[in-house]
Write a protein that binds this ligand. Structure first.
Ligand code: ADP
Length: 616
């Protein structure tokens, strides 16, 4: 039974003309520099496959009228190749549509697996299914199950295309879809024409060529794609440049504010005789310096996070201790502000957890500090609850305040760096707009979540959820080590310390600080001078060593000192190189300890006690 007839009267001219256009398209396309993205490569396959299919179609058309030995065998074989070509081309087109849609996930290999399984099944069916070739009125006519199956597969592919268009509805206005609409319209017209005039089935190849041409002139032109790529790169470079300029101007402003206080009060102190006023102004200088330090640390954190250099360091810790410390710090910040500080901690909190408690503290402290800063009166509520499952404890930490609140339209911008709101209201509140940006990034790095709920004028609630591993071990009954509070000044009379720093002001600051402990100091301004002092036989109880010095760094000087016979003076790195990981770097290099600049009194006293056995 003749099921479907095809190619029998296909006008050669139309097919040959299509082939010529396709060959030209191939030559032009492959002679250009291409981007080799997935869709470029698929388009390349598509035009090659179409060329092969049309060539096979032309040979097949010729064979129908030819008189050669085993004619029917060759017609049947070529017919299968032709059908395979048609299906492969259509499937490449469907795959292409998938790749330009928003569904495409370059990381997943599932779609490749589905595509190649489909091709394998089609290849198998076309090879095994029967095809009949009969002589009707002197012309070979093909029929058979294979024709029905390939028609069904073609229809299925069109359905897939159609579904892709529906699912990818939000991209519907995208010009990438123009060829797909055209192909669908062409297919509908071809199908309708074929239904009315069954013999007019020779439009398939020319319509495919038209689609390829339209694709070339709209979305697959390598020149246009290159220009598009260049424009993207250009706008990205411009954006990066603008961000840098914004950053610099913001930073300049933020740094100048505390510097203004430091500079202004210092000048006033020089002219002031009243010791009480001097002390007051000195306190303001200390506060401004701490603000400045906070800004610098914030910038370091944000730049480390953006360069993906900030690492989460997990260690065992006692969560109750961390939260108690946060309470103490917050109480100190509240001072005499009329704020009711409410605390509620889960009683079933595990004794020990494993995680980065330093960053956890930073996250919560940022939220608590903001609550204190942006609440004039009322309350601040610090709540920690836990959910434990499979050895993991989810810490749900919320910080609620009855402060100024955040406008709805600002909520989305809240975690963007340098964003500050209601500046006219908050004129007197210090801030850089970096805190929440850092907080959010840290929460994300710890695989947690942060959400905000705020009513403008009423107050805000920030909630953080972070998972930490539970450590199962007995809690120490008696605190073995009590925190030593350094309240009184340490005295280390008679001890001798060598300070090595190329910056004279820094030398002066360190020497002056040490003199308050009755320590004798010697100052040298280079690694060479330090080595000379030791070579000359001078002995010290401690060496404070800067690292970044010209010609010979502190690290190099330290290595040379270690090589000296009998050298066993403790050496402490005293450096402004304070980014995360630096302390470890110096300790690993063999330094006895590390102090960052600006020198914190508490830190200095810790080191003095450790290495000079200083007494209170
Ligand atoms: P900073 O506090 O240094 O300005 P943040 O990044 O911590 O920077 O906060 C950004 C902005 O978000 C603040 O300037 C403030 O306008 C707003 N904000 C943050 N926390 C609160 C809060 N608890 N209540 C009201 N506004 C807040």
């Amino acid at each position: 039974m003749v099921i479907l007839s095809q190619i029998n009267q296909a006008p050669m001219v139309l097919n040959i003309f299509s082939l010529i256009i396709l060959i030209i398209l191939n030559v032009v396309f492959f002679s250009k520099k291409r981007l080799h993205k997935v869709e470029d490569n698929l388009y390349a396959f598509l035009i090659i496959m179409e060329s092969i299919t049309i060539s096979v179609g032309i040979v097949l058309g010729g064979l129908l009228y030819a008189t050669i030995p085993n004619k029917f065998f060759w017609i049947a074989a070529l017919n299968k190749v032709y059908l395979l070509g048609l299906i492969v081309s259509s499937s490449i087109f469907a795959y292409y549509t998938y790749c330009i849609s928003h569904l495409y996930n370059p990381k997943s290999n599932l779609h490749k697996a589905i595509y190649f399984t489909f091709l394998f099944i089609v290849l198998f069916l076309i090879i095994v299914l029967p095809v009949d070739v009969q002589e009707v009125d002197g012309i070979a006519v093909t029929s058979g199950l294979v024709l029905i199956v390939t028609s069904v597969i073609s229809i299925l592919l069109y359905i897939v295309l159609f579904l892709l268009l529906i699912v990818d509805f939000k991209n519907i206005n995208n010009k990438k879809y123009i060829p797909i609409y055209i192909l669908l319209i062409e297919s509908i017209i071809t199908t309708v024409v074929q239904m009315i005039y069954p013999d007019l089935n020779y439009f398939i190849n020319p319509s495919a060529v038209i689609t390829c041409l339209i694709m070339y002139f709209t979305i697959e032109n390598p020149d246009l794609k290159m220009i598009e790529q260049l424009n993207i790169a250009k706008s990205q470079a411009e954006k990066a440049n603008n961000a840098k300029t914004d950053f610099l101007s913001n930073m300049s402003h933020e740094i100048r504010t505390p510097l203004n206080a430091i500079d202004g009060f210092s000048q006033l102190i020089l002219e002031e005789d009243d010791i009480n006023v001097i002390k007051d102004e000195a306190r303001d200088i200390i506060e401004a310096s701490q603000n400045l330090l906070e800004i610098v640390n914030g910038i370091l954190d944000i730049s480390k996070i953006e360069a993906n250099k900030l690492e989460i360091v997990n260690t065992e810790y006692e969560p109750s201790k961390v939260f108690d410390e946060l309470v103490k710090l917050t109480k100190a910040r509240i001072g005499d502000k009329p704020l009711d500080f409410r605390i509620s901690f889960d009683k079933d909190m595990p004794d020990y957890l494993n995680g980065d408690y330093v960053r956890l503290k930073q996250i919560v402290l940022n939220l608590l500090t903001n609550a204190v800063k942006y609440t004039k009166e009322g309350f601040i509520e610090f709540k920690v609850s836990t959910v434990k499952k499979d050895g993991v404890c989810r810490l749900i930490i919320s910080v609620k305040d009855s402060g100024i609140g955040i406008k709805r339209e600002n909520i989305d911008k809240l975690f963007t760096k340098f964003e500050r709101f209601d500046l006219e209201k908050n004129m007197t509140i210090e801030g850089t707009g970096l805190g929440l940006a850092i907080t959010k990034k840290l929460v994300e790095l710890m695989n947690g979540k942060i959400v905000v709920d705020s009513v403008y004028g009423k107050g805000s609630t920030f909630t953080v959820a972070i998972d930490q591993k539970i450590v199962n071990k007995e809690k120490k009954k008696i605190e073995e080590v009590k925190d030593v509070k350094v309240t009184k000044t340490i005295i280390a009379k008679g001890k001798k310390v060598l300070i090595v720093d190329d910056n004279l002001i820094n030398l002066k600051v360190a020497a002056r600080l040490l003199s308050t402990y009755k320590i004798t100091t010697e100052e040298v301004s280079s690694g060479f001078d330090c080595l000379k002092k030791i070579e000359e036989g001078n002995t010290y109880d401690l060496i404070l060593m800067d690292d970044m010095m010209p010609k010979m760094s502190g690290m190099e000087t330290f290595k040379k000192l270690q090589e000296m016979e009998g050298f066993n003076t403790p050496v402490v790195a005293l450096t402004a190189n304070a980014i995360a990981g630096m302390k470890e770097k110096y300790l690993n290099a063999g330094f006895n300890d590390y102090i960052s600049k600006p020198i914190e009194k508490k830190e200095l006293e810790r080191v003095l006690k450790a290495y000079l056995n200083a007494k209170k």
